[in-house]
Structures are given as structure tokens and as C-alpha cells.
Design a binder for this molecule. Sequence first.
Ligand code: NAP
Length: 458
Amino acid sequence: MSDRAVRIAVVGAGPSAFYAAAALVKQEDVAVRVDLFDRLPAPYGLVRYGVAPDHQNIKAVTRAYARTAEDERVRFFGGVDFGAQIDLATLRPHYDMVVFAVGAQSDRALGVPGEDLRGSLSATEFVAWYNGHPDRRDLAPDLDVEGVAVIGVGNVAMDVARILAKSVDELRGTDIADHALEALARSRVERIHVLGRRGPAQAKFTTPEIREFGTLEHADAIVDPADLELDAHSRASIEHDRVSQTNYEILQSYAERGATGKPRQVRFGFLRSPAEIHGRDGRVAGLRVEKNRLVSSADGYLNAEGTGEFEELDVGMVLRSVGYRGVPLPGVPFDERRGRIPNDHGRVLNPETGEPVPGMYVVGWAKRGPSGVIGTNKKDAEETVAWMLRDLRHLRRAGIDDRPGHRIEDALREAGCDAVTFDEWRAIDAAEVAAGEAEGRPRRKFVDVAEMRAAARG
Ligand code: NAP
């Protein structure tokens, strides 16, 4: 191996990208230099634009990411769009290895009639809107409705239901986007129906998330005791699973407490699937749901099966929260069915041969699909990095031309990218924090890329 440091490009600058960069600079066997590229001038991906604004404690993890970014071997190139401005051909001459840390930017559809009506949205869009993602700042969801249905009982469903249920006073001290705070202040939403297609024992939310609904100032958590009746399989499954057991007990406590007269209600319903979204004048005007029963498959998995019995819900908005999905990138293999980059423990695979594509790696949700909490990505990235270090032994090193005029910075300039550095991001960050301080908020987010760039340059 030559003495020169191994050059690694990481496409994406969210949690998995930072965990990969951290693992690369922590090891001492190989000298490395790591460049992170993000489409937006701001780093941190899902922590900034996915984690709920009222969960600031989770966002504190960015301090560790900033320490990684400050390592002299790590650089950040913000506002560089892989796919639109640059591609593999741009990066290849400058790097030995490219790691994709692009997450899962789209969502799964329900596949029911009416899904395209106005007022039928994905949680992905809604979350991006309230978190101030520049792509979704103009979403303008119509909150002039009394009933909302949230489809799915994972943690994203909990986030969107909670944000809709909280009073504006509960949200004011967060870094929620200004436009969302204003819209939520005018919200007429009174009922939020959270619907699981399977039973309470199969719900995907975690304990702190379901427990939080019992502490909301402005909303009661409501569960119909009939929805908590368990079949024998479900009863047996929660007996062996402490988390499910605790979650079930929390739901039972909501069923026992009932309504206490708060202005809003979050009604958890189980064994119910959306069948059709009704429309009036192109807008959501109701939701037809089918009641389900659980049937055990050969491998013991409990599936929801429709009973042919239907109910109508009076809602003006439907938020599907049934999982995120990856988006294919030009020149990068993609598994359409699973919505992610095909890989073997993080080595990207050629879908035709099943063999690893030399020098191409993947981490995070793009690697394993949209599962786990932020911290899950640490181990996941470390696994990929371990393979990268192993592969280095037999990877033919590209002759990298480092003379002025031949560097990645030059290639970016040629591609029309005005990349934002980490120091410049710090200026954006400082401006946001200063603007928030005046109002007792952690920050006031810029939601416009041009404004971010202006702040970056002081
Ligand atoms: P998730 O946990 O996989 O939940 C998806 C939900 O959608 C499940 O309830 C699933 O039900 C349901 N579903 C799927 N297809 C459906 C359909 N066709 N009809 C009705 N329901 C359907 O995914 P997520 O909520 O998007 O979260 C993604 C990951 O981020 C998770 O690992 C989550 O824990 C994590 N996250 C964590 C936090 C936090 O820590 N606070 C916050 C947000 C997200 P089935 O079980 O029946 O498939």
C-alpha cells in the first residue's frame, strides 16, 4: 500500500454518515481522509429533519457528529446534490471508496382508492414540513379539519399524532419550523385516530413514545377496551416480550382512564386497515376502514386479514405512516422491491452477478431499510467500515491526481456546486441558535436554501 491516505467519499451527512466517518478516523491501521457530501447546506439529515422537534434530547447527538466533523481528516461539502449536480463519475477519480449514506427519502403507499386526494399525505412529507425541510416548506397541510387519521403504529406515527395533539404552547419552546408553529396555532384538529392494521401486541412503537400520550396537556389518549382483547397467540407473544407487555399495560391504563375532557383526543384503534379514502371536491372527506382478524402464517408471523366488516371515520386528513422507502440514485444499484441498495453487510452488490461492486459501500437506512433508532446506525456503520478496511488490502488503488486544478474542489466548481464547508455550517447554526435564543427556543430554523447560504457567508 502506498503511504498516501485512503480517500473516502460519503454521500449523505446524516447519522449513518457520521458514524461511518467516526469509525474510519477512530481506527489506527490505515490513514484516511473522509469527505461528506450533502444535498443541503446543513448536515445531520434525519436528526435535523426527521427527529421530532419536541424530542430535543435525541438531537443532542449532533454534538458528537460535530466533533467528528472537526477532525482534520474529515471535510463537509454541503449543498452538493448527488444525482443532480454530481454523480459517480465526478467522485470516482478522487476517491478510493464511496459510501452511500442516503437514508430512505420517500415513503410506502397504502394502495387504496383516494390516496391521491388533497389532504392525504405521507408522514414523511408532514414530518419534513414541521421540521423545516426546504423541500417541504410549501406543503401547507390543511388543518382546518376536526378529524385526522394516522395510518400505522410505529414511532413515526407516534411523532405525527403527538405533534397534532400538542397545544401550541407545548410546541413553542421547540425548534419546530415557524410556518408549522403558525399553522398548528390555527389548527382545528380535535380527533386523531391512530390505526394499527394488527393488534396492540404487534404495535411497533416503543415505550417512551406511547407513554408520552398519557402526559399531554391538551389531549386525552383514548382506547376502546374491546380493541385490547388478545387472541391466544398475541397473549403468548407479549408474555415473552417485556416491551410489548409494558406497551400493552400503558394502553390498558388509557382504556381505563378514558376521556378527561381535554380539548383533543388521540384515539388508538387496532385491527383496522384503511380500505378507501372518500373525497369531496378533490379533498379527503372520510375514511372507510375494514376490521381485521389475525391469522398465523406457517412461520408464526401474525398477519392481518380483512373480516369484510367496515366502519366509516369522519376525517378530513389522512396521514399514512407505514414506512419510509429509499430512492434510486443514478449509477448505483437499487433493489426496487425492498426500496434499498442491495448489499452484503454494507458492500454494495451488483444485482446481476451478486458480486460486490469494488469500492462501493452503503450504511444506514439505505443499507438495511428504515428500521431502528438513531443509535442503531453506529453498529451498522461500523460493520460496513470493517469490510472497507478488510477490502483495502486487495482493492486496486486509483492513482489520485492531487495537483491544483485536479482536486475534488475543482470538479465541484466545474459542476456548478458552491459547496458549504463545516465552518460555514457553523455560521448557519450560530445564526439559527441566536435567532431562537431571543424567543427561548433551541433555534429558529432557516427553511430556505438561499437564506442558509447567505447566513453561511455571514
Ligand atoms: P415502523 O416502525 O416499521 O412502523 C410502520 C407501521 O406501519 C407498522 O405499524 C406497520 O404495521 C404499519 N404498516 C405497514 N404497512 C401498512 C399497511 N399497508 N397498512 C397499514 N399499516 C401498515 O416504521 P416507522 O414508524 O416509519 O419508523 C421507522 C423507524 O424509525 C423505526 O425503527 C422507528 O422506531 C424509528 N423511529 C424512532 C423514533 C424514536 O426513537 N423516537 C421516532 C421515529 C422513528 P405492521 O407491523 O403490521 O407491518
